[in-house]
Design a protein around this ligand. Structure first.
Ligand code: DGP
Ligand code: NA
Ligand code: NA
Length: 214
């Protein structure tokens, strides 16, 4: 085991943000950079489309199927819950997890639909392992649109993404979570360096604390 982490747990780091903020690229780069620094680190993403539940969610996002809105919300959450044993095992063994989207995407996206309260949307994810750090990659809808057109999946319209952005802002009022906002309009390198610095600090801090619960 690694000298930096021997006997200590890994940190749970989540990247959130609207589509086109650069989460997936930054998540990949962060894992790479942490490994180069001698940390044990692995990536994870939600939805994880390869499980049975994940395939249902994937087919819904690709508009190959329609699923009732409450039902699909619970499936997205179930897709996170089915990974909890793995998440706990990895953290315990000293691996830092860099997660591309988590419960906050669930709440921000579903609550952007008509007639869904933030409160209702949060409930299925209550009890999930709590991230030690949630990095919010902040990009204005204007900046996001400069990065080219949205894709063709469900939710990929600028109207919907604007609502999602507002919901994230409400979620960031929750001071029981360690939200850090990073300006995603900076160069890819500057964004990376900011996230890396926040992550290294939290790995050191989290290793002495038990994993919390949402
Ligand atoms: P991607 O991160 O590119 O694999 O896209 C996943 C899409 O699904 C993206 O538009 C965000 C959305 N999403 C992620 N998690 C949830 C969730 O828990 N609930 C809902 N309704 N949408 C989600
Ligand atoms: Na997407
Ligand atoms: Na992504």
């Amino acid at each position: 085991s690694d000298w930096r982490m021997a006997g200590h747990r890994g940190a749970l780091i989540v990247l959130e943000g609207a589509d086109r903020a650069g989460k997936s690229t930054q998540a990949r780069r962060l894992v790479e950079a942490l490994r180069n620094q001698g940390y044990q680190a692995e990536g994870m993403r939600f939805p994880e489309r390869t499980t049975e539940i994940g395939r249902l969610v994937g087919s819904y996002l690709e508009k190959k199927s329609n699923i009732e809105d409450h039902t699909v919300h619970l499936l997205f959450s179930a897709n996170r819950w089915e990974h909890v044993p793995l998440i706990k095992e990895k953290l315990k063994s000293g691996i830092t997890l860099v997660v591309d989207r988590y419960a906050f995407s669930g709440v921000a996206f579903t609550s952007s639909k008509e007639n869904f309260s933030l409160h209702w949307c949060k409930q299925p994810d209550v009890g999930l392992p709590k991230p030690d750090l949630v990095v919010f990659l902040n990009i204005t809808p204007e900046e996001a649109s400069k990065r080219g057109d949205y894709g063709t999946e469900r939710y990929e319209t600028s109207d919907f993404q604007k609502k999602v952005q507002k919901r994230y802002a409400e979620l960031m009022d929750d001071k029981s979570l360690n939200w850090k906002v990073v300006d995603a309009a900076q160069s890819m390198e500057d964004v990376h360096n900011a996230i890396k610095q926040l992550s290294e600090a939290i790995i050191t801090e989290a290793r002495h604390q038990p994993v919390g619960k949402l």
